[in-house]
Design a protein around this ligand. Structure first.
Ligand code: ADP
Length: 221
């Protein structure tokens, strides 16, 4: 099902969201104060309009009320981001995603009706830090403030052992939700599954448990 999207603020983050949605064939209304940014997106988004999103009348004229999902990607101007979000929330937009600059900004955004708050730089920093720690850590994603999911390659400490022998659940409190082995993917790996070289495990757990699991079984030393 195609949904209508609007992206407000076409900096590096908003611009990238707008470009990807458009590439996926989604109708996107792109809004920015800056004429150069709008010119850049004229041939990418379905509509690209120079407008100040903090002006409620303008937002209504643009028909923002009829859009299913609005992404607010206004950069450093926290005041404009908050004002825009509160207006969108008052209009009853079904889904509002906002890029936050910091934790205080996030708390305010959640209080005033943002459904999803994202921190792209912070999250990318964490992912990169984990991949730097070990070549065996392929990806790291926060599910919430307390839980994460990691994608790891079976290294020398794991190859040839079963999940039970490694004690991933018993010792580290983590759950292996899937194992990719070449082109095969096993979405309910049993405790007796023996790991082979280059197997990739998808593991879920609390941040502390994931950290223990990484330290003891993933990082070669
Ligand atoms: P990033 O960190 O993602 O690169 P930037 O700060 O570079 O973000 O970009 C934010 C964009 O938001 C800029 O293109 C800016 O013109 C736009 N913007 C800022 N305030 C408003 C506003 N009130 N209405 C519409 N667009 C805005």
């Amino acid at each position: 099902m195609k949904r209508d999207y609007a992206v407000i603020g076409l900096g590096r983050f908003g611009g990238s969201v707008c470009r990807e949605l458009s590439l996926e064939g989604m109708p996107v209304l792109a809004i920015d104060l800056n004429e150069n940014r709008i010119n850049e997106f004229k041939n990418i988004a379905s509509h690209a309009v120079i407008a100040d999103a903090t002006d409620e009348a303008t937002l209504k004229e643009l028909g923002i009320n009829n859009i299913d999902h609005v992404i607010v990607a206004i950069g450093d101007n926290i005041q404009a981001s908050i004002l825009t979000t509160v207006m969108l929330s008052d209009m009853g937009i079904k889904k509002i995603t906002v890029k936050a600059q910091n934790d205080y900004h996030e708390r305010i955004l959640k209080k005033i009706g943002a459904h999803q708050v994202v921190h792209p730089e912070r999250d990318m920093g964490k992912r990169i830090a984990h991949s730097i720690i070990s070549n065996n850590i392929l990806d790291y994603l926060e599910l919430s403030d307390e839980h994460s999911i990691v994608e790891v390659k079976a290294g020398e400490k794991m190859v040839g052992k079963t999940l039970a022998e490694l004690g991933i659940r018993a010792k580290y409190g983590c759950n292996v939700v899937a194992i990719k082995s070449g082109d095969d993917i096993n979405v309910s790996p049993g405790a007796q599954l023996r790991l082979q070289a280059d197997d990739i495990l998808i593991v879920v757990g609390s941040n502390d448990d994931i950290s223990k699991f990484e330290k003891h079984l993933v990082i070669d030393n």
